[in-house]
Design a protein around this ligand. Sequence first.
Ligand code: AHR
Length: 321
Amino acid sequence: MTLKALFAATATAALLLSLPASAAQITVGFSQIGSESGWRAAETSVSKQEAAKRQVNFKIADAQQKQENQIKAIRSFIAQGVDAIFLAPVVASGWDAVLKEAKEAKIPVVLLDRDIDPSGKELYLTAVTSDSVHEGEVAGEWLAKTVGEKSCSVVELQGTVGASVATNRKKGFDGVVAKHANLKVVRSQTGDFTRAKGKEVMESFIKAENGGKSICAVYAHNDDMMVGAIQAMKEAGLKPGKDILTVSIDAVPDIFKAIAAGEANATVELTPNMAGPALDAIIAFKDKGTVPPKWIQTESKLYTAADDPQKIYESKKGLGY
Ligand code: AHR
């Protein structure tokens, strides 16, 4: 063996020894929803990076927004005998049968970024998610504080019907609105978490609300729908961020660009790094039998124009978005 080859072999051995005992052998299958939003695309690329950091063999199945494709992917992961399954459930219901199959095959399941119905609670190991009711509350409280005593008609762009995050973000926001007699949600419709649908639904809200003149604020369950809504407002001759206040969820780079331009007002951050904590939990579970908490909660921080949005835009751009 040449000296160079010996050095290379020693360096590889040192790297392998520094890894957790079984990490090099773990295979994780991730059933991802699709790529409806910038946040979702970032979650996919961050997941790959986090798996690579830990030398985990990572397989991603893109369900193109269909639950039936997610169920098929989970069955295929079970047949392949993966060590763990990550699932970002497009909707909350309808998982019990397939998750029972995973449990019978002794394959731990980790939920990423969305929840399932309580009937499935015993069927997964842990869930890495934000408190999505709280996200809605943070958005509502920002609006209540910003408008003060003024009466304010709000239009709401909901996420995918049946998704836990859509149900919860609505619930949290409605809870705050109920405490403020001057706030009223006058229209609420799904925009399916996409820019195109957000724009389309906002256009219909503007038409129905006196060319947008009777709308005081838009609440969108994600930034992508808000970016679409901002476009709709501009095309209707309105000034988003001024004539109509905006608050949404995710904190993707494009919303910071809009906040920096004065066309959006506030966003609640959802980290796209759900896989990092999920991989750590699975590695500890596999290596040492450490059972993680049932819920690994991520932060929900509010950002506004006061937070140097241009700088945040620049810093976030490279991070998988
Ligand atoms: O489940 C998380 C949500 O799904 C994000 O807020 C949204 O952008 C995404 O598509």
